[in-house]
Ligand binder design. Structure first.
Ligand SMILES: *[C@@H]1O[C@H](CO)[C@@H](O)[C@H](O)[C@H]1NC(C)=O
Ligand SMILES: *[C@@H]1O[C@H](CO)[C@@H](O)[C@H](O)[C@H]1NC(C)=O
Ligand SMILES: *[C@@H]1O[C@H](CO)[C@@H](O)[C@H](O)[C@H]1NC(C)=O
Ligand SMILES: *[C@@H]1O[C@H](CO)[C@@H](O)[C@H](O)[C@H]1NC(C)=O
Ligand SMILES: [Ca+2]
Length: 851
């Protein structure tokens, strides 16, 4: 049998950190706009007034009664936006909120906002509470842009009137910065306001119990990256009920580049979230993005502003606090080189700023021309353009215009062909909500033979002919899987598709018509299938009683209740067993003693990916538990996983002696932690091995118990590139059909030349054990787990023996589901890979290492 191959890369890089900027409580300048006018009252009128007063009191009393009983409640609403002021010239003093200039202008702006804008409209002045200035920035023509925040206390039934009135105030909308329509223009020394925008602020921010604080960062720098982080990060979780702002500025004619390397917030965006604005004020109209949860492998959280300011906010609620985030910012030139141009012959083009998210408010035009007589084909390897949920197809906000507007998410390798030798491609983004952008390739093709030597999909993609009828949707539109006759490694779906046999009975409907999931020994509908094969009424699942006999009906519940212990129920430190599926480190305290969440400093990718490379290469720092095991004479030979600062898990077959090499001896090995590219070992942490513990029952013939432990000679410092993966408890269930990741450089002892320079990754799916065993000639023991590659071409990836099979659980945390052992790994699509089932060795690992 072949040794398996698997691959994932990982390589961290820490950007330079700037000084943490000072924090200050921000006080809203209180401005009472109501002018008190004194008037002399003639004596004679007094009597009348007293009488009238009595009437008024009676009336008011009546009104108050009405008010308390019938009057609709008031709601606090915040609006914000900016004013463009042409009568002042920007200077650095306006950046410092302590300066006299700042304070004077801020007072003036708040005052004038009330007197010459809100007061012009009765609804607005009636409900206005206070307005404040959030900051100033450079406007065009030496002017100043003032960002404001206004609070209104509005009767509920008047909300729409206030909103309407505010909308009418808008001058110039998006183009307010250039607008000359002149509101509030006066002749005295008041400000000349030439433009205004206004929009609602996220209603959650109006919540009253928030601790509000803001941090005004100094300027971003051109060749320097500065950072900021959520309060307490990384030592402790962020506080509850927080609302915090960070203002970022850059020089005029520059943009701000913002990158989150760590983001670990509560999963539910209604509770905790960050927002990034293309403004200094938190107006919904200029939200670039809203994020919560965990940054997933390969997700790029890099954003660009349209102008020279940006605002980042963090909102948290009372419950469930998580580590938070860290972000880096710098300034980049305003002109983006990837925006438009003349393209000829063939090549690539990307959305502006790619691989950052594209900035708001930008338009780019490319003119493509290929030789006369040929046509143009554009293939997108990445396509993600924001489209509003309510109108996903019209692309009213952001779009790429080829033959027509396209937006939304398209699968990799989406192709558009243009029946002409010229094309104009236009990209447009509006003022809010951005996407990851696109990366496209274009080429000329002969209209008569669009796919020389290859199979042409219905969607115009060309794929290698041996991908036809292999059960994988290589075209993206299934056209390579139609009209096939299946061979004996495949199952024939009723709808005509062929699928690899190993996808049957894994709970995932691969055929599309469920053929592959029929006859799998499942109980009928309305019954629950126990792990021991018994069928019980579905209502008996999660009722607190062990109806199956093996506990499986009480082991996968959403809520945790204390149950009788069984082999498959999770046991807390206090020996109570609970009914929840995989409760360990899922972010919720399930055991009364909290032991399920006690040791969870594992399995997150704590840090940044600074270099984005296409295809199957990993990003740096994506798999910080991945280890490269070198021997002194052969270089890289096996993978391993970090499980603590002292211990690694690898495969037993990596540490067996043969005629030539003494792999079982610690002094043969060099351990590289935090390595990304094999040629850059100098950037990784090098350790020696103190001790190797191979599993005593490892079987060289069957590869049973293919697991070993390595102790480092000294503890490694955990950092963004070196971080332990979580070990699953024996009761942890990695369900059949679940997608997991394998990683490695793919070099095998036997084939030294085949090493992949950059850590590779591949998504694989867990295969039904019974099915796998049948396919692998009964070579599968209960201590093994099979997985097959999910997608990709023939050479999707290669892996290393001993490397991790990483499974992202509920809250994004990674668990070590398997150790790459044998089989075809992900090198070939039509054979499964076999992995050591780590849950079987949890107690052994604890005994040997204390981890
Ligand atoms: C503003 O004043 C406060 C208090 O006097 C001080 O702590 C802070 O550093 C000042 N900030 C700037 C940017 O000058
Ligand atoms: C930044 O670096 C580039 C090239 O390294 C250099 O040309 C430029 O002058 C630098 N800018 C600043 C502000 O130091
Ligand atoms: C069955 O078909 C697949 C996909 O075309 C191919 O890779 C495999 O080699 C075939 N197997 C046999 C036994 O012919
Ligand atoms: C695996 O497949 C067998 C039949 O091939 C079926 O009895 C069993 O329930 C399946 N297991 C799972 C976990 O789906
Ligand atoms: Ca838990």
């Amino acid at each position: 049998m072949d040794r398996p191959e698997s691959g994932e890369k990982h390589h961290p890089k820490l950007p330079p950190q700037g000084d943490a900027p000072g924090l200050l409580e921000q006080f809203l300048p209180a401005y009472d706009g109501k002018m008190v006018q004194k008037r002399r009252i003639p004596r004679m009128a007094l009597v009348a007034i007293v009488l009238a007063s009595i009437a008024v009191v009676a009336l008011v009393t009546g009104l108050l009664v009405w008010h308390f009983h019938f009057r609709p409640g008031k709601v606090r609403k915040m609006y914000s936006g900016y004013l463009t002021i042409s009568s002042h010239t920007f200077s650095d003093a306006y950046e410092n909120y302590n300066s006299t200039e700042y304070k004077e202008l801020a007072t003036k702006v708040s005052k004038q906002l009330y007197t010459s804008i809100y007061k012009q409209n009765g609804w607005l002045s009636r409900y206005h509470v206070v307005s404040s200035v959030q900051g100033f920035s450079e406007g065009s023509d030496n002017g100043i842009i003032a960002y404001y925040l206004s609070e209104f206390n509005v009767r509920e039934n008047r909300l729409s009137l206030v909103e309407e009135a505010l909308d009418k105030l808008m001058v110039g909308g998006e183009t307010a910065r250039q607008s000359r329509s002149g509101i509030g223009r006066t002749t005295d020394n008041s400000l000349i306001i030439v433009g205004m925008t206004s929009g609602a602020v996220d209603a959650r921010l109006a919540a009253k119990n928030l601790k509000r604080s803001s941090e005004r960062l100094l300027h971003a720098h051109a060749n320097q990256t500065d950072s900021f982080r959520s309060p307490g990060f990384p030592e402790s979780s962020y506080p509850s009920n927080l609302y915090k702002e960070w203002q970022i500025r850059a020089d005029p004619e520059h943009r701000i580049r913002l990158e989150f390397d760590v983001l670990d917030l509560e999963k539910d965006c209604r509770n905790d979230f960050i927002k990034v604005y293309d403004s200094l004020a938190p107006t919904e109209k200029q939200v670039i993005t809203e994020k919560c949860g965990i940054r997933l492998p390969g997700e790029r959280f890099i954003f660009l502003s349209s102008g020279n300011v940006m605002l980042v906010t963090l909102y948290t609620n009372e419950e469930k606090n998580f580590p938070g985030f860290r972000a880096f910012y710098s300034q980049v030139p305003g002109k983006i080189k990837e925006c438009g141009g003349e393209l000829t012959a063939g090549g690539t083009f990307t959305s502006p700023g790619f691989p950052s998210h594209y900035p708001p408010n930008i338009e780019c035009v490319w003119n493509i021309e290929v030789p006369q007589g040929k046509h143009i084909k554009v293939k997108f390897n990445k396509f993600s353009i924001h489209s509003p949920e309510e109108k996903p197809l019209d692309c009213p906000t952001d779009y790429l215009e080829l033959k027509y507007r396209i937006c939304g998410e398209k699968p990799p390798k989406t192709v558009y062909s243009i029946k002409s030798n010229r094309a104009t491609v236009k990209f447009h983004s509006d003022m809010s909500h951005v996407g990851e952008g696109f990366s496209g390739e274009f080429e000329a093709f002969e209209p008569a033979d669009p796919c020389p030597g290859k199979f042409q999909c219905d969607n115009d993609l060309c794929v290698s002919t041996n991908l036809k009828c292999d059960g994988y949707n290589d075209c993206g539109d299934m056209s390579d899987e139609r009209g096939c006759s299946c061979n004996d490694t495949q199952i024939k779906c009723k709808n005509g598709f062929c699928k690899p046999r190993f996808w049957s009975c894994d709970g995932v409907n691969d055929c599309g018509d469920n053929t592959d999931e029929e006859n799998c020994g499942k109980c009928k509908a309305s019954f629950f299938t126990c792990r021991n094969g018994r069928c019980i009424y579905a209502q008996k699942e999660c009722n607190g009683y062990n109806d199956c006999g093996d506990g499986s009906d009480e082991s996968q519940c959403e809520k945790s209740i204390v149950v009788r212990c069984s082999d498959i129920s999770y046991k807390c430190k206090n020996n109570q067993c609970i009914s929840k599926l995989n409760p360990m480190c899922d972010g919720e305290k399930d055991c009364e003693d909290g032991s399920d969440e006690a040791e969870c400093k594992c399995g997150i990718k704590p840090y940044k990916s600074s270099r984005i490379v296409g295809g199957k290469d990993s990003n740096e720092g994506e798999w910080p538990w991945q280890v490269s095991l070198h021997t002194k004479t052969q270089g890289h030979v096996c993978g391993a996983s970090v499980i603590s600062n002292r211990w690694l898990v690898t495969a037993a077959h990596c540490v067996q002696d043969n005629e030539k090499y003494r792999y079982s001896e610690p002094d043969q090995w060099e351990v590289y932690l935090g390595l990304h590219t094999q040629s850059e070992t100098s950037k990784a942490t090098l350790k020696s091995v103190n001790r190797i513990i191979s599993h005593p029952r490892y079987d060289r013939i069957s590869y049973d118990n293919d697991i070993a432990l390595m102790e480092l000679d000294s503890p490694v410092t955990l950092n963004q590139n070196v971080w332990p993966i979580c070990l699953p408890e024996p009761t942890h269930d990695f369900q059949t059909g679940k997608a997991v990741w394998i990683t490695g450089w793919g070099k095998l002892r036997e084939e030294i030349e085949s090493v992949a320079p950059v850590l590779q990754k591949a998504e694989v799916r867990i295969i039904n054990v019974t099915v796998c065993s049948r396919l692998m000639d009964d070579g599968i023991t209960p201590r093994m787990i099979c997985a097959g590659v999910l997608s990709g071409g023939i050479d999707a990836c290669q892996g290393d023996s001993g490397g991790p099979m990483s499974s992202a659980e509920e809250n994004g945390r990674m668990f070590l589901a398997g150790v790459v052992s044998w089989g075809d790994g992900c090198g070939r699509k039509n054979r499964p890979g076999v992995y050591t089932r780590v849950t079987e060795y949890r107690n052994w690992i604890r005994e040997m290492t204390g981890v």
